[in-house]
Design a protein around this ligand. Sequence first.
Ligand code: TXA
Ligand code: MG
Length: 324
Amino acid sequence: METLVTDSPAHAATFVADGRLVAFPTETVYGVGAPAFNPHLIRRIFDVKGRPSDNPLIVHIGRKADFGLIGSIPNDYTKALVDAFFPGPLTVVVPRTGAVPDVVTAGLDTVAIRMPDHPVGRAFLLACDTPMAAPSANLSGRPSPTTWSAVLQDLGGRIPCILNGGRSKVGLESTVVDCTGDSPVILRSGAYSLRELQKVVPTCTQVSQDELTSLKSPGVHHKHYAPNATVVVVNGEWPPAFERKSGYIGLEQLPPDKECDLVHVCADVEEYGRLLFSFFRECEDRGLPTIYCLKPSLDGLGMAIADRLTRAAAATADISSAAR
Ligand code: TXA
Ligand code: MG
């Protein structure tokens, strides 16, 4: 199958109208989507990504008025979060309507909903004129794509169309918040920090890593964010020696005695978030088997970056032991 790359939301939407999958840009990462009420086409998403079927999808809406087609707003704090953060990189998990097929929610009675804040992505959703179920547009287990070329690398030949909207400006996925309990609980850290959410709903909390393995957010225990290289998280202490062929990304300069083939020192935590996944892919393209990543402090976006680094390191640990 040939994969067309287009800049036109209206052109991309014609593929959806023809019952075909389209990858589209959002401010976090690119997604690959199908109409939320088309279970047949949604199953294709799981096929092309190699995604486990127990990992539910986020439904993307182009206008707030479509929320009620998918889910209900169960309480006042959910209304406050939606009012404050839609459109934007926040996903709310709420009770679903009967119209949502089981394949979207992996059989759960809740559904994840978000309204992206990206001009091209929004224009596409509005042109499709239906809420779109969409996971990140990478092969399952790989780093999320933040450019059309990263989507092409993973899904080229498997999907017919990629809508180009430039580089995603956040670069990390949305914050996923469970809104079904007495107070909101962050299930996946992301673009909005706990502190930002607490400014609107002070009772908001974050689940610990251990609690996460329980059933609330089924996807979180799968392998995630892993490039074809070993990710080493540098936390507090530099490794005594660096592997010869390696990359480095972080907020601090490398110590003078360390050398890497590809070095990216980020100006701030926002740049770190924006470039992390594309840096993984760049190291991969250059055949660098080891990627050193300096763990940032956990304020703001630092929490989400640290989360992605920990998971990528865990997922690639076997690559390193196999290589040695
Ligand atoms: O920024 C994003 O969120 C991107 C862009 C494309 O919107 N999407 C994304 O989708 O990261 P995906 O499929 O890679 O991650 C969806 C996350 C998973 O952790 C999944 O378990 C969780 O959302 N999720 C989806 N539905 C859920 C539900 N009903 N209850 C709990 N967690 C849910
Ligand atoms: Mg994903």
